[in-house]
Design a protein around this ligand. Structure first.
Ligand SMILES: O=C(CO)[C@@H](O)[C@H](O)COP(=O)(O)O
Ligand SMILES: [Fe+2]
Length: 228
């Protein structure tokens, strides 16, 4: 068991006019990484930002913070090089958005980034399975991608459980509606990379929320290791 609990705030619902300082606040509050949601208005019915913003963030924040790019875009192949040049660390693309996941995985690696592979709620985890040995992280969406602040879909947990059983060392991320009320389900199922947007951003005490999410995850990881 080589994975650890990591909390990645999603800055989608933050004040995007102050993106840099919002990210710095999250890191100061103990975030392990930043989950940056890229939407193209085509793969999802919303638009956010692209690699020029990521480049500015990297300049402002320095080399330290880990940027997990959640690419909710129709042609993920198109943005690999620009995102790598902008300073992205991990390129998480959607399985539904490509016809050649193998070539894309190779390209992401050749451009020096880690590989994340995401599935929407309607995609079965068995479709992701064949790629799991070639990626760094699997992202199980727990809402329909496109917007922050939606209700957590508990019926996605069997996917997480299946992945944890089949791939004991894989980083498994959950994203959508995750906060203090839903973290236990995610942690018990085996998720270790926790994306949380509104629950952290809207809290008066983001540090406590981040700590709570991490503690629940750490406990679940310890319990799983004792049960083995
Ligand atoms: O990718 C997405 C939405 O498509 C997420 O990263 C959300 O932005 C997370 O926000 P909450 O659901 O936690 O508010
Ligand atoms: Fe996301």
């Amino acid at each position: 068991m080589s994975y650890t609990a990591k909390i990645g705030p999603s800055i989608l619902n933050s004040d995007l006019a102050c993106l840099g300082s919002e990210c710095i606040q999250m890191l100061d509050c103990g975030a392990d990484y930043l989950h940056l949601d890229v939407m193209d208005g085509h793969f999802v019915p919303n638009i956010t930002f692209g690699h020029p913003v990521v480049e500015c963030l990297r300049k402002q924040l320095g080399q330290g913070p880990f940027f997990d790019m959640h690419m909710m875009v129709s042609r993920p192949e198109q943005w690999v090089k620009p995102m790598a040049a902008a300073g992205a660390n991990q390129y998480t693309f959607h399985l539904e958005a490509t016809v050649n996941a193998g070539a894309l995985i190779k390209d992401i690696r050749e451009n020096g980034m880690k590989v994340g592979l995401a599935i929407k709620p309607g995609t079965t985890v068995e479709e992701l399975g064949p790629w799991a040995g070639q990626i760094d992280m699997a992202l199980v969406m727990t809402v329909e991608p496109g917007f922050g602040g939606q209700k957590f879909m508990e019926d996605m947990m069997p996917k997480v459980n299946w992945l944890r059983t089949q791939f004991p060392s894989l980083d498994i991320e959950v994203d959508g509606g995750v906060g203090p009320d839903t973290i236990h389900k995610c942690a018990e199922a085996g998720a270790n990379m926790i994306v949380s947007g509104s629950a952290i951003m809207k809290s008066d005490d983001p540090r406590s929320v981040i700590n709570l999410l991490r503690n629940v995850c750490v406990e679940a990881i310890q319990k799983r290791s004792l049960d083995r």
